[in-house]
Design a protein around this ligand. Structure first.
Ligand code: MD6
Ligand code: FE
Length: 217
């Protein structure tokens, strides 16, 4: 007989915090895999570079972005949408690395969403001073699937609001290796990132990288 203290009991697993129904913070979940993730991100960015996409209003986004997987999220003067190819290079987005798919599925399962198979991964790069204003993620066809969000590098304050833009937001400190899984009744909550503070991270230097895995199609 095996003795597994964390199986079949009602205690929360260590480092697991419910932010709201359907929104679960898994502290440090990606930490052990971070070096492999960073190597994969560098390979993707060599093929499909980070860029500051234009918004429909004509500004440029503060965070630099790229994508991997069958679909990539883009923004331009025509709006926000998912595209199978990089509009800058004309080539399909690079395939989703196995280490990405495994992490997304493992984190989603841990948070109560088994069988998550993302078809899009948006990669956001923030330098100190970069922010992400309050928004909803609503360009995906399948809103029953969660989003899995992975934080790497410099810390950030995540704004976690309600279903209306005017609802008050909580502020959640996210550090290297933290994963937020976000679905069910929380799927359309407004959220954002406060300006990143100046700093240097041991693995990533002067930047924060966020991966968000989605089921877009
Ligand atoms: C970021 N994240 O953490 C931006 N969206 O840099 C997001 O916009 C996000 O973390 C949906 C669900 C979780 C997220
Ligand atoms: Fe978002």
């Amino acid at each position: 007989m095996t003795l597994d203290l964390f199986q079949d009991c009602d205690l929360p697993s260590p480092g697991r915090e419910e932010l709201a129904p359907g929104a679960i913070l898994l502290r440090g979940f990606a930490r052990r895999r971070a070096e492999g993730l960073v190597a994969a991100i560098e390979e993707i960015a060599a093929r499909t570079p980070f860029r500051h996409m234009q918004t429909p209003g004509g500004q440029h986004m503060s965070a630099a972005m790229t994508n991997c997987g069958p679909f990539g999220w883009i923004s331009d003067r025509r709006g926000y949408r998912y595209e199978p190819s990089d509009p800058d290079t004309g080539a399909p987005w690079p395939p989703m690395p196995g280490i990405f798919l495994d992490l997304a599925a493992d984190a989603a399962a841990d948070a109560g969403f088994p069988g998550f198979l993302p078809d899009a991964c948006l990669i956001n790069r923030y330098e100190p001073g970069t922010r992400m204003s309050l928004h909803q993620d609503r360009d995906e066809q399948d809103l029953t699937a969660p989003i899995v969000s992975v934080s790497l590098g410099l810390p950030a304050i995540f704004l976690f609001g309600g279903l209306k833009r005017s609802d008050p937001s909580d502020r959640i400190a996210l550090v290297h290796g933290d994963v937020v899984v976000w679905g069910g009744p929380s799927r359309l909550r407004f959220h954002g990132i406060l300006p990143i503070r100046e700093g240097t991270h041991a693995l990533l230097g002067r930047q924060r990288i966020n991966l968000t895995f989605r089921k877009a199609a």
